[in-house]
Design a binder for this molecule. Structure first.
Ligand SMILES: [Zn+2]
Ligand SMILES: [Zn+2]
Length: 370
């Protein structure tokens, strides 16, 4: 694709009053710029994004697009080496005075930049270099703090620059991870509905539509093209929409349920050896099987059947069983049995039925993960 497209994000979304969900429908994200990054940088000031600029990158993403941002915008460069809350905090001074901060990176650099912008009350622009997860436009910052992952509510970006030629060159496991993070919503939405139906938790149908609409579009593309690179645009749309759903309700609730808790457990148990979305995909296979066994309100019809999900995971180039992923069975059993404790108050199927390790072994069999 050539030339720059500027989309006004969410113009057609229902307002908080129309939705009636009780959430504020926060709308920080205004523009999605799709096209060559060089052209996108030229229009920022027309969109109300003011200098002085600062740009966060890591040694790799500096070469991919960070330097270009520095040169084109006269932006101050801030090098992030191993993004943690501590490092993001330490680098605030280097970005000080910036009215607009850009984050160029896959996952954690974006989060470090998002955090800095939030702390400095600057506008933030996400410039993803890989379609690896849905944090690019979400208001959540998830970084390590003293060895443990911690998530806080910050603010969504004002804009995102999506250069598909950059995203297309990302490593295959990062692209597979993006698919896994989107397929996870099949479970996270059902977990949220459990909270709504059983605990009276607030629920936003606009957020649900945003997520399911783009999830379905992505699944249709994948089934048609059978190639992860063939569906890059719907993948990015789904990642953006999922982040935007979190923005509307100012929480990761729509996009992160039991399958994400399993991924968080695996982060700790495996030392972050596997990509986020790849772990989420495995958690999704397990929890879809568990929902199907226990939750009469599980999806009807074949599209979200565990067997169908497994085929999408494979088409996306992600491992669809534990052996392929290199995860020891006992680690996954423990993950299923213990993950709910990571977030005791986020009600999911794991909180409702609290499986022990024997139950977990059954779930793994049903899910055909072993
Ligand atoms: Zn995720
Ligand atoms: Zn709503």
């Amino acid at each position: 694709m050539r030339g720059l497209k500027i989309l006004d994000f969410g113009e057609d979304l229902r307002s908080a009053e129309e939705c009636g969900c009780g959430f504020r429908h926060e709308r920080t994200l205004k523009n999605i710029l799709i096209g060559p990054i060089g052209e996108a940088l030229e229009v920022l000031e027309d969109l109300g994004l003011k200098p002085p600029f600062a740009v966060f990158y890591d040694p790799l993403t500096r070469n991919i697009a960070g330097r270009l941002v520095e040169e084109k915008l006269g932006a101050r460069g801030v090098l992030i080496e191993s993004p943690t809350f501590r490092e993001a905090e330490e680098k605030l001074g280097e970005a000080g005075g910036a009215k607009t901060i850009l984050g160029v990176g896959g996952g954690t650099v974006i989060d470090a930049a998002k955090y800095a912008a939030y702390r400095l009350r600057s506008d933030f622009i996400a410039v993803p270099t890989a379609p690896s997860h849905d944090g690019m436009v979400s208001p959540i910052v998830s970084l390590f703090l003293e060895g443990r992952r911690k998530s806080i509510l910050a603010r969504s970006p004002r804009a995102a620059i999506i250069d598909l030629s950059i995203l297309r060159s990302a490593p295959g496991d990062l692209i597979a991870s993006g698919y896994g993070d989107i397929l996870a919503k099949i479970v996270s939405i059902k977990d949220w509905q459990l909270g709504r139906d059983e605990l009276g938790e607030p629920y936003c149908e606009t957020a649900e539509k945003l997520i399911l609409g783009s999830l379905n579009e992505l699944i249709d593309c994948l089934v048609d093209k059978r190639s992860p690179l063939g569906c890059l645009e719907p993948l990015v749309r789904a990642l953006v929409n999922s982040g935007a759903a979190m923005m509307l309700v100012e929480s990761s609730r729509p996009a992160s349920g039991s399958e994400h808790l399993i991924s968080h457990y695996l982060d700790m148990a495996l030392g972050r050896r596997l990509r986020h979305g790849i772990q989420c995909a495995l958690g999704t296979l397990a929890m879809a099987a568990y929902h199907k066994l226990k939750n009469p309100n599980w999806w009807r019809g074949g599209r979200y059947d565990p067997e169908a999900i497994r085929s999408y995971v494979s088409m996306a180039g992600a491992p669809s069983d534990l052996r392929e992923a290199g995860i020891p069975i006992e680690v996954m059993r423990r993950a299923i049995a213990r993950a709910w404790r990571i977030r005791p108050k986020r009600y999911t199927i794991l909180h409702k039925f609290k499986p022990d390790e024997e139950d977990a072994a059954e779930i793994l069999k049903h899910a055909k993960l072993v």
